[in-house]
Design a protein. Structure first.
Length: 461
């Protein structure tokens, strides 16, 4: 009569070895499966083992029984049970690790006598499973569903590419923070670090580094040659414009509505507190005292209490006329009234780049019509963040400014944003203000001066 036996081990080969040690070669492997031993409710936790199901036609011969008894003294006892037998997984795990059992254990556990006699087998019929209430079945079903969902989720996570772990160590003393974000040969790295410390914008740094890498290798090894190439590259990127010049009659004469000569009109716009009025006073003083030109000051800044007093004070010191415009309709008549001057410098109220209505209101004053052209200078403080500079450029673009003026350069330690912004906006720099003294602390923008401040200042670090 065929007899079915089961062997439980850590893997298939161990189970097969146990079967051969007991039955020899005369058996048929029916199936193999994975089971959980020691699991809670047969679902959670536990240890995964392999169960091998074999079938023999009759009882093995006596010699094989003797060989089996001899081997059982030095190897773990296999687990044998009938096909219809109920087995406790905890008993499987416990008994599969025991070498010798003093007596026959219930639940179909194989045991061996101490005198080496042939082992006895004990089988118990499968106990009747008691009926469970609906609540228990529902809980068990929910637990199985949760386990299936967890298995599915783990399978999906294992298929997803894992993010690469990046470990950034703290830079050594004296090493710039940028050395963790870009790596070049020594001298090229030195160029990159210089640009990074000067706070150039990232796109401009990349553009410069691409150009630097195209020079001959011999030049890259000499820092002085490499620095000179960098200087020339930065000068080519720094756009500047000559200061206001009224020497040429054609420059300060604009045809008006009736074809009469018109003065040159220059307006200063920008956000609050950047130094528009002080910058205007410096330029006006230099035009009057050094260039010997006739100038007139005009303000449309009636928002600040002290604005009109400030412009009138500067006008009295310089000795030039001034006008205050309160409404848009008075702007053009005021200009026509002073056709005899060479230049009219227009001061405006500080406007927030975030307030579109204020910027558009300013635009109405600066475009009075009648073929009157106003040159517009956007005044920016060099101490603000680069992102704020970009925001100012974007929003004041509604007034179509022509040139840039950077103030408070004596209060900043980085000149990279100045060059970066002029390059990004594609607008030239006309003046650089470096202090509060009128009229001395202002100069015409020169690319060589800006680049020198960048390279020399950063090299000292």
């Amino acid at each position: 009569m065929p007899l079915t036996k089961f062997y439980v081990a850590q893997n298939y080969f161990e189970a097969l070895k146990s079967a051969k040690s007991e039955l020899g070669e005369d058996f048929l492997i029916v199936a193999q499966r994975k089971i959980k031993v020691g699991a809670i409710l047969g679902i959670f936790g536990g240890r995964t083992m392999v169960e091998l199901e074999v079938r023999i036609e009759d009882e093995p011969a006596a010699p094989q029984q003797s060989r089996k008894s001899a081997r059982q003294k030095s190897s773990p006892a296999p687990l044998i049970r009938q096909a219809d037998e109920f087995i406790d997984p905890r008993a499987i795990y416990s008994n599969s690790r025991q070498q010798v059992q003093p007596e026959v254990q219930p639940g179909g556990v194989y045991s061996q006598t101490s005198d080496g006699a042939a082992p006895k087998q004990s089988f118990q019929p499968r106990p009747q499973v008691s009926a469970r209430d609906e609540g228990t079945d529902r809980i068990l079903e929910m637990m199985r569903t949760m386990q299936q969902q967890l298995d599915s989720l783990n399978h999906q996570i294992s298929k997803q590419p894992q993010p690469q772990q990046v470990i950034i160590s703290s830079p050594a003393p004296g090493t710039p923070a940028s050395s963790n974000s870009a790596h070049y040969p020594p001298n090229l790295q030195r160029v990159y670090d210089l640009l990074y410390r000067a706070e150039f914008c990232e796109p401009l740094i990349n553009k410069i580094m691409i150009d630097i890498q195209t020079i001959p290798e011999s030049s890259k090894e000499d820092w002085e040659i490499l620095k000179e190439h960098l200087r020339k590259k930065l000068i080519s990127l720094c756009k500047t414009a000559p200061q206001i010049s009224l020497n040429d009659e054609a420059d300060n004469a604009q045809p008006g509505a009736a074809g009469v000569k018109m003065p040159k009109l220059v307006a200063f716009v920008g956000t609050t507190g950047v130094g528009k009025t002080t910058t205007l006073a410096k330029i006006a003083t230099n035009l009057v005292l050094k260039a010997k030109k006739k100038a007139m000051l005009l303000t449309i800044d009636t928002y600040r209490v002290a604005a009109t007093y400030q412009i009138s004070t500067y006008a009295d010191i310089i000795g030039v006329p001034y006008e205050i415009i309160y409404k848009e309709s008075d702007f053009l008549p005021c200009i026509m009234k002073h056709q005899d001057v060479d230049v009219i410098l227009i001061d405006t109220a500080g406007r927030s780049q975030r307030n579109n209505l204020e910027v558009l209101e300013l635009r109405k004053f600066l475009y009075p019509g009648n073929n009157i052209d106003i040159e517009i200078f956007l005044v920016i403080s060099s101490t603000i963040k680069y992102r704020d500079m970009q925001d100012i450029i974007k929003n004041f673009g509604k007034v179509n400014f022509n040139k840039l003026i950077f103030t408070k350069t004596d209060e900043t330690t980085t000149w990279g944003p100045i060059l970066s912004l002029a390059s990004e906006a594609d607008k030239p720099i006309i003046y650089i203000s470096n202090g509060q003294n009128v009229p001395d602390d202002i100069m015409a923008a020169e690319a060589g001066y800006v680049v020198k401040k960048i390279i020399d200042s950063e090299e000292l670090i």
